[in-house]
Ligand binder design. Structure first.
Ligand SMILES: [Zn+2]
Length: 1027
């Protein structure tokens, strides 16, 4: 067979030699991108993607080594290396330069360390690609690992580890790793901490060696590790750009050819078994940090990577994770034992390494008490699947059809996501021509391997974890509660006890006797799979200019309908959004709770039906909001109306069953109680947000209502809410005008509401802080084990309706996006979570948020934030004109980015409909307004709105300090407003003001709406003006 690789034609005289893959690459039918695969002289593989429409360029480099390649005595070294590589190289020695460059050019960047690979990606404005690639390539041929930074960055890794300590997913993952063969790479602790990274040098250096010397020793080990592991042959580079493939090659080849070739195995594999006999057939009881009950059944699979054409693991996950009638999931829910079921490879599994298959069951307390029966049901379900081998052909045909359809109509996503996903497939076993399709298609059917894997899913081969915040005697036995039988996992402090499966339970599981085995069966044919006719797309005339916004095609007292037929993406898919507005949805804590229960119970009642729809890429989401209920259905046009009808009919006619209500209440109660235990930085941000909304019913205010709610109450609430509503819809995508009207009449026929009076239509408000305010809210974190504090520091900048203010806020946030990261995180090492972002409340106000999570007291952090903001005022004042112009241009380009797919386009339109302004061209308006701002404008705004000293009398600032129970230092002074939020809110003004409330819905925007009515002929001038 002739080789599919050929030497590259000499494009440019000075280019280092490389090879090009010459066979055609299999790609989706609608994909207009061009692809080229290169192999550089040093063995690095590169996939170049030319996308004529890309408004961002992106690159991702994936190295086929990760945390599983850490030295035994330095857990976390691969992750530590990832932190340092991007912060200083020989050609670009300044540690913050790369991030500053990417941010200034409208981009974003990150890196991630997995078990078997590590990837480094960025996205930037297309004309800045070459500059960013030069930074990226240097990570891999000339990193500095400066001693100064290395010493500081150990703390960043340590803070990242401490952030995760109370995260149950991380705790579960680490315990799974801990309970595997010692010495196996999977056993390691991948994140690393100060302790893990310095432990070995501390042991080998003489006692009493100072910390500085120890850290330098850690650094030399790091450098040695990097030299031993980072090899060009292990790297896969993916670049997505607007330039031609020749131009991309000419840019990338010289840069990435500099990476040293150390002659290492390009795709190192780990084949040693991950479990010993002592791990199989066991039961592990373990403690969660939050209120979570979970059963996880695990099996260590043989490595199946070479079966990529038949994908046995995906087939297993499909059947064992099924939620339709006859599934273990449906049965366990019916018994009131299960909240959620998942099946698939567990975190840390990898094609080149250990693969652990997990069936995870999120349980009710009743399910926890009956965990043996739950386990028996899972084994019974496996037995049903085993007995059905070989499967009837239609099962495979369905899987193949859906996978092929998904691939055929795969739409574009953000370029950096695409680059990252593709770079990760570089070390997978797909041949180059299948690099795009490899992970997605079912090419063949292999009954033998499926059978073999199923035979391995036996009780003697598996192991089950039973997780709970505290274990009960009914489950672990009176003896089991004694503390001496429990061990503690070293890094996360998780308490656990390992037991062999008892003889009786083992016999029961081996016989696979479920409580009601007759119920279990394989799935029936899926009625939601689209027909070939339903996938036909009629493309519009070539060269027609796509419309920029939807048209208002129905406007009555009862309903409004927006419609835009797809004219850009040509996929047989559509999005239908419906909002059912009513003040009853959120009138009181009780109303809010009833709305939430209604939505959850409809979901619950639909689960078995809509699971088939979800397999056919038809999705729905029903949610409750302060102004009503929102339904979104999306997917292939063919069966979309069936799904919409199914959901609306269930909403209209659901009869609440007492046992389902009990489970729904348990789920909500738990969610609300866990709410206060979440990561401090997220919680402080949530508290800050609440402070800006006039009416918020908090979880603590809603939970007590649960006790007083019965089935009849939910039914009654639904009837009252739906009896009189304002209906607003958007149909976007592959739907004709007639089709859109049919969706509306379907909704009206089922709901049959009376129209609301204009003044009955709910509107959202935001509070406006007085000038010169400097509010501090201080709260204690509820989790006694959480050692981190958090600060959310919010500055209100202006009103959303004010285009210039939006531009100012966006520009200041853009300029300030990176500096807090490099100052407060990298230099001062205050904590792992450091962010500065734009914020908006209720679509009415906006501002700037600085968020820090730190082991240090939040008032001390606030002082550092103030110092930073003061310093940044000077940085801004001294900014060079070209740097400002480049940063502004990057932001303008980001604002002008077009939607990547039909769903994203629909979501953008819907956001404007929901905000009530119908300003569909806002992004362009904002881009123009930002482009008109000067550096002097930015400085003036900063000094008037943000600067802690210069703007002391004019700025509007509020911060939330969330204090850990471990922080014992006394705060500097009593915080104003700390315990009196209601009084605080009562004293503030609101926006939009009362006068606007009525006119907002039907008055103020009338001109714009009329312009958007069919035949109205909107000019962008009209749209630009009506705010
Ligand atoms: Zn990290």
């Amino acid at each position: 067979m002739p080789s599919a690789w050929a030497p590259a034609p000499g494009l440019e005289p000075n280019l280092p030699p490389y090879e090009v893959f010459t066979a055609p690459i299999e790609k989706p039918e609608i994909d207009d991108r061009e692809y080229r695969i290169l192999r550089l002289q040093n063995g690095l593989r590169a996939l170049l993607v030319h996308d004529p429409d890309a408004d961002k360029a992106a690159s991702s480099l994936c190295v086929a080594v990760g945390a599983f390649h850490d030295p035994d005595d330095a857990p976390g070294l691969a992750h530590f290396c990832e932190h340092l590589l991007t912060k200083g190289t020989e050609p670009y020695p300044e540690e913050g330069d790369y991030i500053a460059y990417v941010c200034a050019h409208g981009g974003s960047r990150n890196a991630a360390t997995g078990g078997m690979s590590t990837d480094y990606w960025f996205a930037v404005a297309p004309d800045s690609l070459a500059g960013a690639l030069a930074y990226q390539a240097a990570f891999f041929y000339a990193p500095l690992f400066t001693p100064e930074l290395t010493k500081r960055e150990v703390h960043a890794v340590d803070n990242e580890y401490r952030r995760n300590l109370q995260n149950d997913t991380r705790r579960m993952n680490q315990l799974t790793k801990h309970l595997s063969l010692p010495g196996h790479p999977f056993h390691q602790f991948g994140t690393g901490s100060y302790e893990s990274l310095t432990e070995s040098p501390r042991r080998t250096l003489p006692e009493g060696t100072d910390e500085e010397r120890i850290l330098l020793e850690t650094r030399s080990r790091l450098v040695a590790w990097w030299e031993a592991q980072y090899c060009s042959r292990r790297m896969t580079l993916v670049i997505v750009g607007k330039d031609s493939l020749d131009a991309l090659a000419a840019c990338a080849v010289p840069l990435f050819s500099k990476i040293p070739d150390r002659g290492l195995d390009p795709a190192p594999a780990i084949t040693a078994p991950v479990w010993g006999p002592e791990h199989k057939g066991t039961l592990v009881f373990a403690q969660t940090a939050k209120d979570v009950h979970k059963l996880a059944l695990q099996f260590a699979l043989p490595n199946l990577a070479s079966y990529w054409e038949s994908r046995p693991v995906s087939v297993l996950a499909h059947f064992l994770g099924h939620e339709g009638p006859g599934s273990a999931c449906a049965y366990l829910k019916q018994r009131g034992w299960l909240l959620e079921l998942t099946a698939g490879l567990s975190t840390g599994s990898h094609a080149r390494g250990p693969q652990i298959f997990e069936i995870g069951c999120l349980l009710t307390v009743d399910g926890y008490l009956n965990y043996e029966s739950v386990l028996a049901t899972l084994f019974q379900h496996i037995a049903v699947l085993r007995a059905a081998q070989p499967l009837p052909d239609w099962h495979h045909a369905e899987l193949q059809t859906m996978a092929a359809t998904r691939f055929r109509f795969a739409q574009k996503a953000a370029p950096h996501r695409y680059a990252q996903a593709l770079s990760r497939t570089g070390s997978q076993p797909y041949p180059p021509e299948h690099v795009l399709s490899g992970p997605h298609l079912f090419r063949t059917r292999d009954d033998a391997v499926l059978r073999r894997v199923l035979d391995g899913l036996a009780p003697r081969e598996g192991r089950a974890f039973v997780w709970a915040p505290t274990h009960r005697a009914e489950v672990v036995g009176d003896d089991g509660l004694r503390t001496d039988g429990w061990a503690t996992e070293r890094w996360y402090g998780t308490r656990f006890a390992v037991r062999p499966l008892g003889a009786a339970l083992r016999a029961r599981l081996e016989a696979a006797i479920a409580p009601d085995a007759r119920y279990l069966a394989l799935p029936r044919p899926n009625p939601f799979i689209p027909s070939e006719e339903g996938l036909r797309v009629d493309k519009g005339p070539e060269g027609a200019e796509p419309a920029k916004y939807p048209t208002l095609i129905v406007r009555t007292a009862a309903a409004r309908l927006w419609h835009k037929q797809d004219d850009r993406f040509w996929v047989p898919k559509a999005d239908v959004y419906v909002v059912v507005k009513s003040r009853l949805a959120y009138a009181s804590p009780r109303h809010a709770m009833l709305s939430r229960l209604l939505v959850d119970l409809v979901d619950d009642a639909l689960a078995e039906v809509t699971y088939d729809a979800s397999l056919a890429d038809l999705a729905y989401a029903l949610s409750n909001h302060t102004d009503g209920l929102v339904l979104h259905v999306s997917g292939y046009r063919d069966k979309l109306a069936v799904l919409l009808r199914t959901v609306l009919e269930k909403l209209r006619t659901l009869a609440v069953a007492p046992d389902r209500l009990r489970v729904a209440k348990e789920k909500i109660r738990r969610e609300y109680e866990n709410f206060y235990l979440q990561q401090p930085s997220n919680l402080s941000e949530q508290f800050a947000r609440w402070a800006y909304e006039p009416v918020v019913w908090t979880p603590a205010e809603k939970v007590p209502e649960l006790e007083f709610i019965g089935e009849k109450d939910v039914d009654g609430h639904r009837d009252a809410l739906l009896s009189k509503v304002a209906l607003e819809m958007l149909v976007n995508g592959d739907a004709t005008r007639e089709g859109a009207l049919e969706y509306l009449s379907l909704a009206e026929d089922i709901l049959r509401p009376r129209p609301l009076l204009p003044s009955e239509i709910p509107t959202r408000h935001a509070l406006v802080l007085p000038e010169g305010s400097n509010f501090v809210f201080r709260k204690r974190h509820a989790n006694k084990n959480e050692t981190n504090n958090a600060l959310s520091y919010y500055i209100q900048v202006g009103l959303e309706a004010d285009a210039r203010s939006r531009a100012i806020a966006s520009l200041l946030c853009h300029l300030m996006h990176e500096p807090p990261f490099s100052t407060l995180r990298t230099k001062e090492q205050l904590g792992y979570v450091v962010a500065a972002n734009r914020w908006s409340v209720a679509g009415a106000t906006h501002g700037l948020l600085v968020k820090v999570q730190s082991p240090r007291p939040p008032w001390a952090v606030e002082a550092r934030v103030d110092a930073f903001l003061a310093g940044f005022g000077d940085t801004l004042g001294a900014m060079a004109a070209p740097a400002f112009a480049a940063a502004r241009a990057g932001l303008v380009a980001a604002r002008r980015e077009r939607a990547k797919n039909v769903a994203e386009e629909g979501a953008r339109f819907w956001a404007r409909v929901r905000a009530g302004d119908c300003d569909f061209v806002r992004a362009d308006t904002d881009a123009d307004a930002i482009g008109a701002l000067t550096l002097a404008d930015a400085c003036a705004a900063y000094d008037a709105l943000v600067h802690p000293a210069r703007a002391a009398a004019t700025r509007r600032k509020l911060s939330v300090q969330l204090v850990s129970q471990h922080t014992t230092e006394a705060p500097p002074a009593p915080a104003p407003g700390a315990e009196a939020e209601a009084a605080f809110k009562a004293g503030l003004g609101r926006t939009p003001a009362a006068r606007v409330v009525v006119s907002r819905a039907f008055g103020e925007h009338e001109g714009a709406e009329r312009a958007l009515l069919e035949g109205g002929g909107p000019g962008s001038g009209v749209l630009g003006r009506f705010l």
